[in-house]
Ligand binder design. Structure first.
Ligand code: PEP
Ligand code: MG
Length: 917
């Protein structure tokens, strides 16, 4: 079920003419912003920023084709590459006036990954490359800062040793080996100060450290750290390509559906230093607020630091607005950059910059990740600012992100009575409550046990991604709003609070201490990712603005800016889409909600769900347990008025919109009381013996209830059940129509595989319709059709269409029966199937277009061959999933039907599908 196109195959590697290396610098670039598949997102945009004359340090990009070649050829490179890299280095040296390995003015570079779609923090980066025992002295002299030079050198050794030479924690070791060496040296130098900070290490100490680091590398690898910058570069480039296939990158690609074939590019760029003193620093900013979408320069900045320090989340940075005071000229330039970027890229940008001794350099820009709230607000406001067109706004908002706008927030009353125990930075909006776990693994297992989980970490690293996926929310003690944890959380739509520095988290005791209170693993906490507040215990949640305006009606559009931008977007989407949207709704109040969310009718009313309430379930049980037609008749007589009044309620709520009412399809195991106590209880209510109930339950037992006596099979064996339902529908229709409201019932027969099943049921429906129309002296118009949810129905759809006036694809059962995977049980093995990439996504959530989709295509074709204008829709869960909605558009269905809260998502996805034509 791929949704992203694969990259074209790498060109013939032996061809000397293939260009693998693209230089940029001094206002000129070989590449440009459109070349993302070849240069990766970072490389393409570095070229583009260079072209529009933003201050970008010179460098070059090694293309993704080299990565593809690397993996296709046993980790080797195309023969033409070395020469092209040499040329690019010469160009870079000329542009910077520096030379690789030079003893007086050495060129130092950063080596960074950069895939087509950004994968924040998932792959490796190496900074300060080019340093060795000789060049470090030159750096010390030129910067007149020996401490700085040795600090750069020890960072480089540490990164290179770890990433390229593999000096990492071994099993059984608790700490990173380089960190151990640092701690040992600190202990020697400051025996009385166990918490001394790294900044206390002077130049001499740092030099000692570099000696010890090199010794460590030799001991661990049996090899010397390479002094030659060319060799360093070769190693670094290989490591970055290698990191495309590390575990976390693979997990990330799987989650975001990024094809493994894409590969990464490698960017080699002249170093600029943000850590040369207090007139330097590094920052990450957004051209608008990525959480709310507000049009302000937003982001953070660390004085005297390298960029990695900001995104790693180890030190908590200050807001970028603070630069207005600290470096007013840089701040003014940043505001200019912000406007240049937005008017050039026509989207909100997330950019990295470094200030070296008062001079601003741009290191990266990309379309910024944002919350659903921000996505909608930014797109709508950019249309108003004439930066983009309404079509662009509709196209660019990931349809799924709208579900965030409908997500609950903490109930304001519950929140007033709960004391805030601490605050952090609001990094991913929404309200989340859950049991706290301190490791990704434990969070994942707890979630698998069905618990609601909050993942609590001192700081998160990309390794935590599994735990983040499993958690309702993420809480960290350190790190800023642009730390990887925050970026990834926002993109997943997870609630996230980070940098809550008051939290004292102790992994060894699995506990968290804050302002005199202790919380242990498994205790409840609640976090608000919109305000950054943290609460003890489980706090009640309440509906979002959109729900309050549309459903609860206790908020007006005038009072809610987010509602207004949402409504504007929905209007644009509705003007563009061709698919209609309907709702799966079973009760009058649900139907009301659905209409408020834009439903153009009910696509599936599961009548068995109407019986879950009150004593109705007992009447259904009485009907199921009945031993003869007489007994069944009595039970049905009790059900009839309840159904009739529900149907009437639904028709009224629909005010003339169509309602597809499906006849009973109760998988028996969901309705029968299984344990002794409830059987006794039911027996008492029905006035029969408990033994009789138990015996009947035994008789009705099915090994495979999903494939058992359900769907139309029930109405075939007990026609009186379908008769009662038809009567309830038509009597309700007559009643509502008589009151002046138009009604459009569409009766739908489930689980049909044989044309005769449908014919029998339809005949019965027409009979009842005639009777009721006569009795009530009224003319009703209605349709009768079928669900298509059995493979046989797809392949004999031409015969079925002779009697069916419409088809509605029940893709839940169609997936279950096509794949031969029980929808109740597939959860136990599907995760492994996804890991093995047997299936890319869960086929019960995202339609299996290659299999189930083919059957749907067949059914559409055959159905139309018999009845040209047959009405076609879908009502399985896939009807609210964006990729599946787009598939339904391409199939030419008339509508998709989904749960009310998914309707905005379906409306937007349908518009996006229409715009793609
Ligand atoms: C389906 O099978 O897709 C469907 C909508 O019906 P149900 O989920 O009730 O079986
Ligand atoms: Mg079904």
């Amino acid at each position: 079920m791929p949704t992203k196109s694969k990259s074209p195959k790498a060109k013939k590697p032996s061809s000397k003419s293939v260009k693998y290396v693209y230089s940029f610098g001094n206002g000129k670039a070989d590449g440009n912003g459109k070349m993302k598949s070849l240069l990766g997102g970072k490389g393409a945009n570095l070229a583009e920023m260079t072209r529009i004359r933003l201050p970008v340090p010179s460098g070059f990009t090694i293309s993704t084709e080299v990565c593809t070649y690397f993996y296709d050829h046993n980790r080797t490179y195309p023969p033409a590459l070395e020469k092209q890299i040499d040329e690019a280095i010469h160009k870079l040296e000329a542009s910077m006036g520096k030379k690789f390995g030079d003893a007086t003015n050495p060129l130092l570079v950063a080596v960074r990954s950069g895939a087509r779609d950004s994968m924040p923090g998932m792959m490796d980066t190496i900074l300060n490359l080019g340093l060795n025992d000789r060049t470090v002295r030159a750096l010390a002299e030129r910067s007149r800062n020996e401490r700085f030079a040795y600090d750069c050198y020890r960072r480089f050794l540490q990164m290179y040793g770890d990433v390229v030479m593999g000096v990492q924690k071994r099993t059984g070791e608790e700490h990173e080996p380089f960190e151990v060496v640092i701690e040992e040296l600190k202990k020697e130098l400051f025996p009385n100060d166990p918490h001394v900070s790294d900044t206390k290490l002077d130049a001499t100490a740092l030099r000692t450290l570099t000696d010890r680091f090199r010794k460590l590398i030799r001991e661990r690898t049996g090899k010397d750290f390479p002094e030659d910058p060319r060799e360093q570069l070769r190693g670094a480039v290989g490591a970055v390509f290698g990191s495309w296939n590390n575990e976390r990158a693979i997990i990330y690609r799987r989650k975001y559906n990024i094809p493994h074939e894409w590969g990464t590019a490698v960017n080699v760029q002249a170093m600029v230093f943000g850590n040369t003193g207090n007139d330097s620093g590094s920052g990450v900013s957004f051209t608008r607020d990525p959480a709310t979408g507000e049009k302000v320069l937003y982001g953070e900045f660390l004085l005297n630091a390298q960029g990695e320090d900001v995104v790693a989340g180890v030190r908590t940075p200050e807001p970028v607005l603070q630069l207005k005071v600290e470096m007013p000229e840089v701040y003014r330039q940043l505001q200019d950059v912000r406007h240049t970027l937005e008017s050039h890229f026509h989207d909100m940008q997330d950019f990295e910059f470094t200030v070296e001794q008062g001079r601003l350099f741009m290191l990266q820009t990309r379309n910024g990740k944002r919350t659903g709230f921000a996505a909608v607000r930014i797109a709508v406001e950019m249309v108003k600012e004439k930066l983009i067109k309404p079509d662009d706004a509709v196209r660019r908002i990931p349809a799924d992100s709208l579900s965030q706008l409908l997500a609950p927030v903490f109930d304001s009353n519950a929140r007033k009575t709960t004391q805030v125990i601490a605050r952090g930075l609001p990094a991913g909006p929404g309200a989340a409550s859950g049991k706290i776990y301190f490791s990704a693994n434990e969070a994942e297992s707890a979630a698998q046990r069905g618990e609601k989980v909050l993942l609590v970490r001192i700081e998160t690293s990309p390794e935590d991604i599994r735990g983040m996926l499993a958690a309702e929310g993420i809480l960290t003690a350190r790190g800023g709003v642009s730390s990887h944890a925050a970026l990834v959380a926002r993109q997943m739509g997870k609630v996230c609070v980070c940098g809550a520095s008051e939290l004292q988290i102790d992994y060894s005791t699995n506990s968290l201490h804050v302002r005199g209170q202790n919380f242990r693993k498994g205790d409840y906490l609640s976090i608000d990712g919109t305000t950054g507040e943290i609460f003890p215990g489980e706090v009640k949640t309440s509906p979002s603005d959109i729900v309050r305006v549309l459903i609860d009606k206790d908020l007006t559009p005038a009072e809610s800016p987010i509602y207004r931008v949402f409504a504007q977007l929905m209007q644009w989407a509705d003007q563009r889409r061709k698919l209609e949207v309907r709702a799966n709704a079973d009760q009058p109040d649900q139907v009301g909600h659905a209409v408020a969310f834009g439903a153009q009718g009910v696509g599936l009313c599961r009548t068995e769900h109407m019986f879950f309430e009150g004593d109705r379930i007992d009447h259904v049980r009485e009907m199921i347990l009945a031993e003869n037609a007489d007994e069944r008749g009595k039970a049905l007589a009790k059900l009839l008025p309840a159904q009739r009044s529900d149907f009437a309620g639904i028709f009224k709520a629909l005010k003339g919109l169509p309602a597809t009412i499906r006849f009973l399809d109760p998988p028996l195991h969901e309705f029968i009381p299984h344990d002794e106590a409830s059987q006794r209880d039911l027996a008492e209510k029905l006035g029969i013996s408990a033994d009789r109930v138990a015996r009947r339950v035994k008789e009705l037992h099915e090994f495979n209830p999903m494939l058992g006596h359900r769907g139309c099979r029930l109405g075939i064996v007990y026609p009186e059940i379908s008769e009662m339902q038809a009567r309830a529908v038509f009597e309700a229709a007559a009643e509502v129509q008589a009151s002046g409201i138009k009604v459009r019932p569409e009766i739908m027969i489930p689980l049909v595989g044989f044309p005769k099943e449908l014919e029998l049921q339809i005949a019965l429906v027409h009979q009842v319709a005639q009777k009721v129309q006569k009795e009530r002296n009224i003319k009703l118009s209605y349709l009768v059709g079928t669900m298509i949810e059995i493979p046989r129905a797809c392949v004999v759809a031409d015969e079925i269409a002779k009697s069916a006036q419409f088809f509605s694809f029940g893709t839940n059962d169609l997936t279950q029966t096509t794949l031969g995977m029980s929808r109740d049980d597939a959860g136990s093995f599907l995760p492994r199937y996804q890991e093995e990439e047997i299936v890319r996504q869960n086929p019960f959530a995202v339609l299996d277009q290659g299999g189930v989709g083919k059957l749907m295509e067949t059914a559409v074709k055959l159905g139309r061959s018999t009845r040209k204008d047959i009405k076609l829709g879908i009502c399985g869960e896939h009807g609210g999933e964006p990729d599946s909605v787009k598939f339904c558009h391409r199939l030419g269905l008339a509508y998709v039907s989904c749960s009310p809260f998914r309707l905005p998502v379906a409306r937007l996805a349908a518009a996006q599908a229409a715009l793609k034509e």
